[in-house]
Ligand binder design. Structure first.
Ligand SMILES: O=P(O)(O)OC[C@H]1O[C@H](OP(=O)(O)OP(=O)(O)O)[C@H](O)[C@@H]1O
Length: 201
């Protein structure tokens, strides 16, 4: 078993996160979330900044996301900038593993700066983003847990899976806070598990 990380939260891997703790995290996530604007407005959007302002959520969200894949034993957590990086680092800290950062529109600085890159299908804002990961951040034997705050079209998560496939590492699945996927097939294909469904908000 991997050595216990000194900064792990209460729900360390060796002490599985209890259902009651996950229920408490879910309740806090709901109460600190807000929708901005009117549902009929073009500017209607989700505001998750209340999550970052809640010290209890910051302390426990990594454990809650890790608990979704409690039996998977990841060797690394992957996330996209920016919110996927915040949550990914918190999850990695809990698990006692490292974090592989996926950048949007990466710009390698030299020939020696080798990246895996792929373009997304249209995402929730209809963007085709280039996503990139420094090749040295994943090894072929890695077992990768993807983490994000939200999944909508699944375009960014699907692109991240392609980056994992390019590296030769293994994709375990995606632990997300909110599942807003419209396509159930994608949930199965990417092995997406969530703390909340969009209808909970
Ligand atoms: O399922 P999809 O349609 O691909 O969309 C989901 C992604 O979009 C959001 O990130 P965004 O690009 O808005 O960046 P942010 O994390 O900086 O808010 C969210 O954090 C996911 O990463």
């Amino acid at each position: 078993m991997r050595a216990r990380h000194p900064l792990r939260g209460q729900c360390a891997r060796s002490v599985p996160c209890k259902d009651a703790q996950v229920d408490d995290i879910r309740s806090r996530l709901r109460s600190t979330f807000q929708w901005i604007g009117d549902r009929t407005d073009a500017g209607f959007r989700a505001d998750v900044t209340g999550w970052w302002r809640d010290a209890t959520i910051l302390g426990e969200i990594g454990a809650g996301l890790a608990a979704l894949f409690g039996d998977a034993d990841p060797t690394v957590v992957m996330g996209t900038q920016s919110r996927g990086s915040i949550l990914g680092v918190l999850t990695a800290l809990h698990l006692g593993v490292g974090f592989a950062e996926v950048r949007k529109e990466p710009s390698p600085s030299a020939d020696s700066d080798a990246w895996w890159t792929t373009a997304t299908a249209p995402d929730y804002r209809d963007r085709h983003l280039d996503l990139g990961l420094r090749r040295s951040r994943l090894r072929s034997g890695d077992r990768v847990l993807f983490v994000d705050d939200w999944i909508d079209t699944g375009a960014q998560a699907s692109a991240c899976r392609r980056l994992v496939d390019l590296s030769g590492a293994s994709w375990l699945g995606g632990a997300v806070v909110v599942d807003g996927l419209g396509e159930p097939a994608l949930r199965r294909r990417l092995t997406i598990r969530s703390l909340l469904h969009i209808r909970d908000l």
